[in-house]
Design a protein around this ligand. Structure first.
Ligand code: ADP
Ligand code: MG
Length: 227
């Protein structure tokens, strides 16, 4: 219980911080990106500078990603709840992350065909799936796969996201989702925290099973929407 108190208190503080900073920073980044794209379209630009600009743009996108993590903390209530076909959302997110997987020599294996429905916001649900699948990719060796599945269990659905990567220790599992907890050199330690928040707002639960150097399975348990 005390752990939960600390978690929500920290989330509140981080959220306040986010609200005051994130918006302000996102606007100038958009402007810089716009001018960079203009320069990139200049025919006189040499190949070398073209490459530099591409690197700059990629890094700016990374910065935007981090800011978006903070923004979603600032506005946890954003995104209207409606009935979502979660199977469709999982396929959409796999499509979005396809290139990220390919860059890492990985494959996303999504076998789900049957449609399942839950109640929530589309943006939040996509963010939830993106954050967890991205972590899976980042923890995996080259040429491995992430298995994605949805099972039905009485009044819930279980979304299973399984990787065969580095795995987590008990201590890591316990700390996962705490603000700023990261083991990555350039991680924010905010991704899972946002995930826990989203799943909680959907009356669901996240369960982590993991074994170091064997892999990790994230299970997202959500109530099925019954019409
Ligand atoms: P970040 O990705 O920025 O590090 P997250 O909140 O997304 O922040 O994740 C927190 C930490 O949880 C990661 O740094 C990593 O140590 C651990 N983690 C999350 N998902 C996995 C996974 N699939 N396999 C191994 N470790 C993971
Ligand atoms: Mg992450």
């Amino acid at each position: 219980f005390r752990l939960e108190m600390a978690r929500s208190e920290k989330i509140h503080i981080v959220g306040q911080l986010a609200a005051s900073v994130a918006h302000e920073v996102r606007n100038p980044i958009t402007v810089v990106k716009g001018f960079m794209q203009l320069i990139q379209h200049d025919e006189k630009l040499s190949g070398r500078y073209h490459d530099y600009l591409q690197t700059m743009e990629r890094e700016l996108d990374r910065a935007t990603g981090i800011i978006n993590d903070y923004l979603s903390l600032a506005k946890p209530q954003e995104g209207q709840a409606k009935i979502i076909n979660i199977t469709e959302q999982l396929h959409t997110v796999c499509h979005t992350l396809h290139s990220y997987a390919v860059i890492n020599d990985m494959r996303l294996n999504c076998r789900v065909k049957e449609s399942y429905y839950v109640k929530g916001s589309i943006e939040k649900t996509q963010q939830l799936l993106v954050n967890i699948i991205k972590n899976g990719i980042e923890a995996s060796p080259k040429e491995s796969v992430i298995d994605l599945d949805i099972l039905k269990e009485k009044k819930h659905i279980l979304i299973k996201i399984r990787d065969y990567g580095q795995g987590m220790t008990r201590d890591q599992i316990e700390k996962a989702g705490m603000p700023f907890y990261t083991t990555k050199e350039s991680g924010t330690g905010l991704g899972l925290m946002v995930c826990y928040q989203i799943v909680e707002s959907m009356n669901g639960k996240i369960h982590i099973e993991s074994e170091p150097s064997k892999g990790t399975c994230f299970t997202i348990k959500l109530p099925i929407y019954k019409g």
